[in-house]
Design a protein. Structure first.
Ligand code: 2HG
Ligand code: ZN
Length: 480
């Protein structure tokens, strides 16, 4: 016999719109497979009104709700808590319509479940692009990107996801729909509500649609891979590149030799075209919006300066789209390689640029001293000081001891971030993984503001509980 809760969701959403607990396993597990949970079921509404219906039904039956996009997050924000026996996952995957593209205003109105790469393909047909690029673009959905305020490789130039959002449509925890999906950059008619939901990780409501800022599609793209002796030398290239090319420089990604060792070990089909693996490998990309602004002179200048000043010892320039994709594949395989390697501790942090190199060397030294048998793999977005300071045991034999040292290793990284005036959560959000950590670093005032916001918009506390704001039993409310 069908359970009454299943029956209620089936009546609301139809057979295609509700998966019972037995079919929910994939939705209960995060990408890193850290904490598989067993949701009560998965709601897959196909319209904003149906999302509102799901929110109301959950309230009626006292169920918690975890909105889920492409489930590519790394901080446990899109799957329910293992202990939550009354958790429903709300998948946005069927809300996947591109409502309209405004070629004159250069905006797109899009539903939350549209996958980033599909949106890029649709925009490309109008010679436009969304300036948001990240490795998980084949799965990541627009609603999730907004909810986590994703950063990616172009953030130093084009901003994070919140900077690309002009308007939003949101189903609130009350079941009301906020129809704020306007297409204006300049929209100061009150509190900036759209900002509130960017990076809220589904704790204040469910984003169902958005209007996003587009840019002209690049007319010319040039991609370089450079072998650098140190991180400082890579930073010299980036500073020089920004002076020479200005906003034509669109990406500056760095990889440590450890990251490339992981790629060679676990994704052996991915080739490194440079003869020797350098201490730091730098991937630079330049984009020109117009045939009137060619890139060749700027790129040539940067390569020559890098070699003449010994900032780089070797380099390649992509000569075809295929080669360009291969260079990006090298960079984007680091995450998958480290996952295949096994156990890891991830730290998505940022520090001011002038302190970046010292931060990395000081932290590396402290980590090595605390636990020598580990792989220290700092990589990321060099122009905005965002480092993924990821750690793994050197081999499977070291796993148990490495995990036993996890608290100490995490503390070394996060203490150094604070010491260097950085952020403990740069572009992946807090999820449940970093809530306790973030809560400790908040002063009384900030903690109160966060709680007041959460409680006034979601008074029952059922929207993605345990994410961003700790539930009171998780962290004692110590005065800060
Ligand atoms: C990237 O920059 C992503 O590739 C993932 O933000 C980082 O694996 C990671 O920790
Ligand atoms: Zn990143």
């Amino acid at each position: 016999m069908t359970h009454p809760i299943d029956q209620a969701f089936l009546s609301l959403l139809g057979a295609n719109g509700w998966l019972t607990s037995d079919d929910a396993a994939q939705y209960g597990e995060d990408w890193l497979k850290k904490e598989p949970s067993k949701p009560l079921g998965v709601a897959r509404p196909g319209t904003t009104e149906a999302v509102a219906g799901v929110v109301r039904l959950c309230a009626e039956h006292n169920l918690s709700l975890t909105p889920q996009g492409g489930n590519t997050g790394l901080v446990l924000a899109s799957t329910p808590r293992q202990t939550d026996a009354r958790a429903v996952v709300l998948s946005l995957e069927r809300l996947n319509d591109i409502r309209s593209i405004d070629v004159v205003g250069q905006t797109v109105s899009v539903e939350a479940g549209v996958v980033l790469n599909s949106l890029q393909e649709a925009c490309a047909q109008h010679q436009l692009t969304l300036p948001m690029h990240l490795g998980s673009g084949g799965s990541a959905q627009i609603g999730g990107l907004i909810s986590t305020n994703a950063g990616g490789t172009h953030a130093f130039r084009d901003g994070m996801m919140a900077d690309l959002v002009f308007g939003l449509e949101v189903v609130l925890p009350s079941g009301d729909v906020w129809r704020g999906n306007r297409a204006m950059l300049k929209d100061n008619a009150g509190y900036p509500l759209r900002r509130l939901f960017c990076g809220a990780e589904g704790t204040l409501g469910v984003i169902t649609a958005a209007t996003l800022k587009l840019k002209p599609r690049p007319h010319q793209t040039e991609t370089l891979l450079l072998a650098c002796p140190t991180l400082e030398s890579a930073q010299h290239i980036v500073s020089h590149g920004r002076r020479i090319a200005g906003a034509l420089l669109s990406a500056a990604e760095f990889m440590d030799e450890t990251g490339l060792y992981l790629v060679a070990s676990h994704c052996s089909h991915v080739a490194n075209p440079l003869e020797k693996v350098a201490k730091i490998t730098l991937l630079l990309e330049f984009e020109s919006p117009s045939s009137q602004i060619p890139l060749d002179d700027a790129v040539q200048n940067i390569v020559t300066s890098a070699l003449e000043n010994d900032w780089a010892t070797d380099g390649v320039q992509a000569s075809s789209e295929q080669q360009r994709n291969d260079l990006w594949e090298l960079r984007e395989s680091i995450t998958e390689s480290q996952r295949r390697h096994g156990v890891q501790l991830k730290h998505d942090v940022s520090v001011p640029l002038q302190a970046l190199s010292e931060f990395i060397s000081v932290t590396t030294e402290r980590l090595q001293e605390a636990f020598p048998a580990q792989l220290i793999n700092p990589f990321g977005h060099l122009a905005d000081g965002n480092v993924h300071f990821n750690l793994s045991p050197a081999s499977t034999q070291d796993e148990t001891e490495f995990l036993a040292a996890a608290d100490q290793l995490n503390a070394i990284v996060y203490d150094a971030v604070v010491e260097f005036n950085g952020s403990i959560a740069a572009e992946h959000g807090l999820g449940r993984s970093k809530v306790t950590l973030a809560d400790r670093s908040r002063d009384r005032c900030e903690r109160l503001l966060m709680k007041t916001l959460k409680n006034s918009i979601d008074p029952r506390g059922t929207m993605n509980p345990g994410v961003i704001v700790a539930t009171t039993d998780e962290v004692p409310d110590v005065p800060g």
